[in-house]
Write a protein that binds this ligand. Structure first.
Ligand SMILES: [Zn+2]
Length: 322
């Protein structure tokens, strides 16, 4: 079979004013090998994944022109799952005021968010790997990481380790949301990794290139790409975090946050990460200091803060092998 790609509609529904909403994907079809998928834009204020889909599409188009036989499986890219949200810069699904990623596994006879969720579940079921890309929100910047429910740790951590990312964050059962696309897919036997990186409403090209290289490496191991296919180098190895070594820093006062530390750097216990100052006076209202030696992996991006706002997260380093 020769390699080909098509952009096609996988979900359509009529809208109130005689329009139709059509949600599209691009499918790269090569040999009869396994199938993988990337989903992005399920939150309409998150754009990093859309750029990753572009980078993957560009790479696969180039491959089809030079060595079409190298695509031994197939790849599905779903860059804009929540199209209405992306069009209106809204995190949730507008009109329904629903977080689409709390609507899974959905129902084909339910309201729009549930129907869209059900359609996605049907399309993605049986894939060798689905990667759902998130981009934090407008408030916090994150290093490239995979978040995994401990329930699926055994199957997912080996895949996540090879994704060229910098952190694997294992979540205990109490903090896992069961209505997400990832939980629904993993529960029904389709492996799904959740990637979080960057910041909402922006793209961070170096993070996107890093993840693109990781996806190609994992796809090659899964047999989507022929063994001799030349792919970009992967150099990142993840640190592992869980509830025991992640520290949350919350604002002690409301005000304007002025960071003094750089995101994704090593910090020392007691080190000043930023200050919260008054917009009405020259007063320093409070300080944000690291409670431990570790890696500053989350940092407040949006400057207006309220008492209790999440300002930063620091991961204390664990010993190797744990
Ligand atoms: Zn998200």
């Amino acid at each position: 079979m020769s390699a080909s790609s098509t952009t096609e509609t996988f979900f359509t529904i009529s809208m109130p004013y005689c329009e139709r909403m059509e949600i599209r994907r691009t499918v790269f079809t090569g040999g009869n090998g396994p199938r993988v998928a990337v989903t992005a834009g399920i939150h309409g204020d998150e754009l990093e994944g859309l750029y990753v889909c572009h980078r993957l599409a560009a790479w696969l188009e180039q491959l089809q022109q030079t060595t079409p036989a190298a695509l031994t499986g197939s790849v599905e890219l779903y860059p804009a799952v929540n199209t209405l949200g992306l069009d209106t810069l809204t995190r949730g699904l507008p009109v329904f005021d629903t977080d689409l990623n709390r609507s899974f596994p959905g129902s084909s006879g339910g309201p729009l968010p549930e129907r869209l969720a059900a359609a996605l579940m049907e399309e993605l079921s049986g894939a060798s790997l689905v990667v759902d890309i998130h981009a934090s929100n407008i408030y916090l910047r994150e290093i490239p990481q995979v978040r995994i429910s401990q329930e699926f740790e055994a199957e997912l951590v080996p895949l996540a380790r090879r994704m060229n990312l910098d952190m694997i964050w294992l979540h205990g059962a109490a903090t896992v949301l069961e209505t997400t696309i990832a939980h629904s897919l993993n529960s029904s036997g389709t492996p799904c990794l959740v990637v979080e990186m960057g910041v909402g409403m922006r793209i961070t090209p170096e993070y996107c290139d890093q993840l693109t290289a990781g996806l190609l490496a994992v796809w090659k191991e899964l047999g989507i790409l022929a063994p001799e296919t030349a792919i970009p180098e992967t150099t990142h190895r993840p640190l592992v975090a869980d509830d025991s070594n992640v520290h949350y820093l919350n604002a002690q006062t409301s005000g304007i946050f002025v960071p003094t530390a750089s995101h994704w750097t090593d910090v020392r216990r007691g080190e000043l990460l930023g200050t919260i100052v008054s917009p009405f006076s020259g007063d320093l209202l409070s300080e944000v200091r690291s409670p431990v030696d570790g890696v500053l992996f989350t940092l407040r991006e949006y400057p207006l803060v309220y008492e209790g706002s999440l300002m930063a997260r620091v991961m204390a380093r664990k010993r190797e092998g744990k």
